[in-house]
Design a protein around this ligand. Structure first.
Ligand SMILES: Nc1ncnc2c1ncn2[C@@H]1O[C@H](COP(=O)(O)OP(=O)(O)O)[C@@H](O)[C@H]1O
Ligand SMILES: [Mg+2]
Length: 272
């Protein structure tokens, strides 16, 4: 069973140290909730694990399935089974959703997926997520609403069947009904594939649906406290102040600003 092991990870972005010695282990079949005030490094951690070249690892190690992944490209990490559902998915006009997905699936498999099987799986995913049927033929995320972009990340996950899925605020921009639909789809996919998960979310309700087995609080570039579901409940009731006091840490305080996002091979586009 492939396992992710992050040790003493230090990550810089634009010459600022964001992660300052972070440790985390995620095994198959485990569901890890990653929480913490905005601007403290949650997305940075996921970007570094996925291999976004903007995020420079200055110290520490990341291994997956016993392999050092730091020297691997995003593509190679994806083929190894890693998947990142992004907080701000990129829009890629000119590439249809189905072309993008088939290319991504074929890049991972020795034999290309048959068109029949691909269409069947894509239809099933679109149905499960209750999305519009024309989704397959539209340009990737182009003109999608915030909620449609998030659902589309899950469509990708369902087709790619990763062994480790990292979902970054996949619940933001979803209304109550959509929240349930998306959570159910993730839950089913996890059970079918036994994948490990890292779920970044601020919402206890979403996490209630997904039943994390572990919870971690990331403050100022480190995981300060880890625990089980009871930790999520406590954060929901009491916020993060008590952690700062009890563990003598100071959270970075800032409103999250929109930033250009890029995954190397995908076109960079400023999200709104
Ligand atoms: N692409 C980027 N360019 C410049 N700074 C960034 C970028 N991504 C993140 N940062 C900075 O890294 C810090 C942590 O951000 P982030 O990892 O997005 O936090 P979180 O996901 O916990 O809200 C912030 O100070 C943020 O401004
Ligand atoms: Mg974030």
């Amino acid at each position: 069973m492939p396992k992710l092991i992050v040790k003493d990870l230090h990550v810089k972005v634009e010459d600022k140290e964001i992660l300052k010695g972070l440790d985390l282990e995620v095994d198959s079949n485990e569901r890890h909730a990653l929480m913490g005030p905005n601007g403290n490094g949650k997305s940075t951690l996921l970007a570094a694990i996925m291999g976004n070249p903007k995020f420079i690892v200055t110290k520490g190690s990341i291994t997956y399935d016993g392999k050092d992944i730091l020297s691997m490209s995003v593509d190679e990490r994806s083929r190894l089974g890693l998947f990142l559902g992004m907080q701000y998915p990129s829009e890629v006009p000119g590439v249809t959703n189905s072309d993008f997905l088939r290319t991504a699936i074929n890049a991972r498999n020795e034999k290309p997926i048959s068109l029949f099987k691909f269409i069947k799986e894509m239809d099933k995913a679109i149905n499960t997520l209750e999305m519009k049927p024309d989704l397959a033929h539209r340009f990737l995320n182009d003109g999608f609403s915030g909620g449609e972009k998030k659902r589309n990340e899950i469509v990708q996950m369902m087709l790619l069947k990763p062994t480790l899925a990292m979902l970054d605020e996949i619940d933001s921009g979803l209304d109550v009904d959509a929240l349930r639909i998306v959570a159910d789809a993730i839950d089913t996919c996890q059970k079918e594939t036994n994948m490990g998960m890292i779920i970044v979310s601020h919402y206890a309700r979403f996490l209630d649906y997904l039943k994390p087995t572990h919870a971690h609080i990331l403050i100022d570039g480190r995981i300060v406290v880890s625990g089980g579901p009871e930790l999520i409940e406590k954060i929901d009731k009491e916020g993060y102040d008590w952690i700062e006091k009890e563990y003598n840490v100071k959270a970075t305080r800032e409103e999250e600003k929109a930033r250009p996002i890029s995954l190397g091979s995908c076109g960079a586009k400023r999200s709104k």
